[in-house]
Design a protein around this ligand. Structure first.
Ligand SMILES: [Zn+2]
Length: 670
């Protein structure tokens, strides 16, 4: 579970732009907004007065500001590497320069794309189709850590330890094949969704036309109709988050029997999984549905499907007209972003996708001081200690459950700043002047590296997030947490700021990630990372009852009159916010114990928390997030404070105020 979801696969694509590094944590108070009525508006009043979403963004906030600062830094590092580097740094520079050279891409026109499309056009029968579908499988999703369920390929692949077999890496097969973000976009009756469907079909047609293919409208109609059929077999976003529904152990031979319609042996062979015996069918209904459609739908329709998604997926490396078309639908229409991101930022995002660790290594050497790492490791151990104490103090939990909870905390791997072992890109071919080829080879290289893990021991110190990303993540099966260097800077963490501010901001984030080990999802895994019920019946009932209250609390929030937050879909994150904030508060109290007390320290703590979530979004982006994101939107995340008694005391919040909850209504889980 990551701290927040970048809108696109690439982080830096979604989180860019500058400001305020080094600025103190502001906590302006606006007399017009009472903390008890709108804590978000109160704490961020000054920022909200002047905040504007840049034209190339669908949302804006701290992550965006720091992302922009990081982009400037990364660009500088790449430019230096282009002048004098060798090895991986030189590969990074070559990749970037090739992606950035719009004139060279324009001059080549459609020729590089046509080379990629030719094998699709040459497909003669369903066997060749199956081979093409299999060989397009990429390790491009991650249902548990990054909660990324999206792939345009027919299926997504994730390699991780087995849900009930923590000692072996296992391939997980997930649903895919849609060009819009979720099944709801295809099946929901709302007029706004119907409009999006029309615009999507028009986008498919425009893409075919710009790629020089004939009969664009008819092809688009076929692709759209096929995707609608695929969407019907897809799990909902809410079901995707239910790990019990995903725990389907299939043997290689089961696919043919359980999901007829496609030659699975051929598919798996083509995907590099021919030798693999055990799988997890994460989305069984979609696997069954897609295989049946491979059997029943005409070959030409599937060829159009493959061609469209190939062009669509590679748009960043294609001539301007295709890249603009892609922006027009995905960013302008789906997220409300008025202006395309500058070329250099898009190119940087492409390098971040292709060689994240090579760039991360360069970033950390220059921008992550050893002193920060030391301080943060101390904060982490204080917050872990606070968790141990909170577990001890739970009056409802049985000793056996407590014992396993303590054991989980003891084995937790907390990575601060960067991985112990960097990914190597030895063997990856970066060819100057071949933008499409570079992207395809990098994606294949990553997939081959992931497939190789099937023959390697499970390593819980493996990172799943690059050091240069402003984010953080808990990996429930690995019992591991990553805090990338890029988030460990002001205003999240300011070495010059006081404990109250640092614990309220980065401390709550650290607590959030640790808490994921004990949210509704994480609590299903034991200290070995095995999906196993280690709770007594009574404990489990208490936990579920408390969770249900939190579901109701969030489901009552309405970002729009016609659209409420889905308290079930966001439960894991809301639980982590709640437990994380509470643990950070305890740890901050411990850190202050021997220091002179400051009168308004508690107010600083909570205000720093709300400040760390300051952010605004465009309407389309906010609607999309409410429908598909596992996180509540930032504003409502700050309302977590309603459940902590100390917040009422700090701000003198009284009955009758909008955020007031009677003591018995405040949710306490951990
Ligand atoms: Zn989270």
């Amino acid at each position: 579970m990551q701290l927040h979801t970048p809108f696109r696969r690439s982080l830096l694509k979604a989180t860019i732009a500058l400001a305020i590094c080094g600025a103190p944590l502001a906590y302006a108070q606006d007399a017009a907004v009472q903390p008890g009525d709108d804590f978000f508006g109160y704490a961020n009043a000054d920022w909200l007065k002047s905040a504007q979403i840049p034209a190339d963004r669908s949302r804006w906030g701290i992550a965006g500001e720091l992302g922009e600062l990081n982009n400037q830094r990364l660009l500088k590092l790449i430019e230096e590497a282009g002048r004098n580097a060798t090895g991986e740094a030189k590969m990074v520079a070559d990749f970037y320069n090739t992606a950035f050279d719009e004139a060279a891409i324009e001059a080549k026109g459609l020729a590089p794309l046509q080379q990629v499309l030719a094998p699709i056009a040459a497909i003669k029968d369903k066997a060749q189709l199956t081979r093409a579908l299999g060989s397009s499988l990429r390790a491009d999703v991650d249902p548990l850590n990054a909660t990324n369920f999206f792939t345009e390929n027919l299926f997504g692949l994730w390699i991780a330890q087995g849900l009930t077999d923590p000692t072996h890496n296992t391939p997980y097969l997930l649903q895919g094949g849609l060009g819009m973000p979720d099944r709801a976009y295809y099946l929901d009756d709302k007029p706004s969704m119907q409009t999006l469907r029309e615009k999507y079909q028009a986008h498919i047609a425009a893409t075919f036309k710009l790629a020089g293919m004939d009969d664009a409208a008819a092809r688009a109609a076929r692709v759209f109709a096929l995707e609608t059929k695929i969407a019907k077999s897809h799990a909902t976003r809410e079901d995707s988050a239910d790990i019990q529904k995903a725990n389907n152990n299939w043997k290689a031979a089961d696919f043919a029997a359980k999901a007829p319609g496609m030659d699975w042996k051929l598919f798996l062979q083509s995907a590099g999984l021919g030798q693999q015996q055990k799988f997890i069918a994460y989305h069984p209904t979609a696997i069954i549905g897609a295989a049946a459609l491979v059997g029943s739908e005409p070959l030409e329709t599937w060829k159009d499907f493959l061609a469209f998604h190939t062009i669509n997926h590679l748009s960043g490396a294609e001539p301007k007209a295709l890249a603009d078309q892609h922006f027009d639908f995905y960013d302008r229409t789906l997220s409300g972003t008025p202006q395309q991101m500058l070329r250099w930022k898009r190119s940087l995002a492409a390098v971040n996708d292709a060689m994240p660790d090579a760039l991360g290594k360069m970033y950390v050497e220059r921008y992550f001081p050893a002193e920060s790492k030391k301080k943060l490791q101390q904060m982490v151990s204080n917050i872990v200690a606070a968790f141990h104490t909170r577990i001890d103090q739970l009056d409802w939990m049985a000793p056996a459950t407590k014992k396993e909870a303590h054991a989980k905390l003891k084995v937790l791997y907390v990575g601060v700043g960067y991985p112990d072992k960097w990914t190597s890109y030895k063997g990856l071919q970066v060819v100057p002047g071949d933008a499409i080829g570079n992207q395809l080879r990098a994606e294949k290289f990553h997939t081959v590296q992931q497939l190789a893990k099937l023959k390697q021991p499970v390593d819980n110190t493996e990172w799943c997030m690059p050091a240069q990303l402003v984010n953080a993540v808990n990996m429930p099966m690995q019992n591991a947490i990553n805090f990338p260097a890029a988030i460990l800077q002001a205003p999240y963490f300011d070495p010059a700021a006081g404990d109250a501010a640092n614990y309220g901001a980065i401390g709550a984030t650290i607590g959030h990630e640790i808490s994921h080990s004990f949210d509704d999802q994480g609590a299903q895994f034991d200290s070995k990372g095995r999906l196993r019920d280690w709770w007594t019946k009574a404990d489990s009932e208490h936990f579920q009852k408390a969770s249900a209250v939190l579901v109701a609390q969030y489901s009552a929030y309405k970002p729009f009159p016609d659209l409420a937050i889905n308290g079930q879909q966001t439960l894991s994150e809301n639980l982590a916010d709640l437990a994380g904030l509470a643990a950070a508060f305890d740890a901050y109290k411990t850190a202050l114990k021997d220091k002179p007390a400051m009168a308004d320290a508690d107010r600083q703590f909570f205000t720093a928390y709300a400040t760390s979530w300051r952010g605004i979004q465009r309407e389309a982006a906010l609607r999309r997030a409410v429908l598909t994101d596992g996180h509540s939107p930032a504003k409502w995340r700050t309302y977590t404070v309603r459940n902590l008694d100390a917040w009422y005391k700090a701000f003198d919040v009284q009955p009758g105020q909008a955020l007031y909850l009677a003591p018995q209504e405040r949710v306490r889980v951990w």
